[in-house]
Design a protein around this ligand. Structure first.
Ligand code: CP
Length: 312
């Protein structure tokens, strides 16, 4: 089987078959990553440009490691120290990098839609590593991988996404992917951080955290984007933490065998207590581990791989 998509711009509109193929292929790559020499020659001769116009720790290192594990050649770009500082446009930057013969562009950008724009004007395969408040599809995929690894399925799981839904690309990719795979999704946050008409996404919407958590299997906690404080969307961090912070006592509302997730970076003591972040039900670091295998699968499949990793 091969992917129907040619770029990974978001999870909205990506079929269940394509998502399943990526997750299944990532299982094979996770096995490879557990070997003594966790490296395969699969993408030898392929060159990947990692263009990070915004800060990143997990996504940037995870993509770079995934590319190296697949034996691809990689070049890395950050805005400081590049000609972006001299005013060069996104299109000119990518056209010039493409002139050096690259195959895949991984891009993180503050502008929603930047990867979609690139896909219309460059020849390379484009992978969205997070665009503005729009989508973060590989985070959505690694989150689903981590859930499926624990529960053996996505169908029927109840996932609650808590926090700044309005500005979160992670929330959108989780919502699109999980609904496609048959999970039930609820979102919860203060009314000022919930998009209008959120119900139209096909999710339950709550501003009462206890109500949202009751009977859930998984809580995916989003980073409170402290920079939003300046725009008056929240009365105070203390109040946010009191009403929406996930602390140990709130976990009693969840189903048995519940799971705590967070895409990182965390604000400990604001949206999540340290006790919860480090509890036995937390898969926050396994999410990061799984991100490498999932990104290997995405790179491999978008390069034409057909999912039988060891035979190619
Ligand atoms: N989860 C995530 O996107 O983290 P980074 O911003 O560190 O890449």
């Amino acid at each position: 089987m091969s992917l129907k998509i040619h770029h990974l711009l978001g999870l909205e509109g990506v079929s269940a078959d394509d998502i399943r193929l990526i997750l299944d292929t990532a299982v094979s790559f996770k096995e490879i990553l557990a070997r003594k020499i966790p490296k395969v020659p699969t993408l030898r001769g392929t060159t990947v440009a990692n263009l990070f116009y915004e800060p990143s720790t997990r996504t940037r290192f995870s993509f770079e490691l995934a590319e190296k594990r697949l034996s691809a050649d990689t070049i890395n770009f950050t805005t400081s120290g590049s000609s972006v500082a001299k005013g060069e446009s996104l299109k000119d930057t990518v056209w010039n990098i493409e002139a050096m013969k690259i195959d895949i562009v991984v891009i993180r950008h503050s502008a929603s839609g930047a990867p979609h724009y690139l896909a219309t004007c460059c020849k390379s395969t484009v992978i969205n590593a997070g665009d503005g408040a729009h989508e973060h599809p590989t985070q959505g995929l690694l989150d689903m991988y981590t859930m499926r690894e624990k529960y053996g399925k996505l169908q029927g799981l109840k996932v609650v996404i808590v926090g700044d839904i309005k500005h979160s690309r992670v929330a959108r990719s989780n919502i699109w992917g999980l609904l496609t795979m048959g999970a039930k999704v609820a979102v919860c946050g203060p009314p000022t951080l919930l998009p209008v008409e959120m119900e139209k996404f096909g999710v339950e919407v709550h501003d009462d955290l206890d109500e949202a958590l009751r009977g859930a299997d998984i809580v995916n906690i989003l980073r409170l984007q402290k920079e939003r404080q300046k725009t008056g969307l929240l009365p105070s961090l203390r109040e946010y933490s009191r009403y929406y912070g996930i602390t140990r006592d709130r976990l009693d509302l969840l189903n048995d065998n519940f799971t705590i997730m967070h895409p990182g970076p965390m604000n400990r003591g604001v949206e999540i207590s340290s006790e919860v972040a480090e509890g036995p039900y937390s898969v926050i670091l396994p999410q990061v581990t799984n991100g490498v295998a999932v990104r290997m699968a995405v790179l491999y499949l978008l390069s034409g791989g057909k999912g039988k990793v060891d035979e190619e």
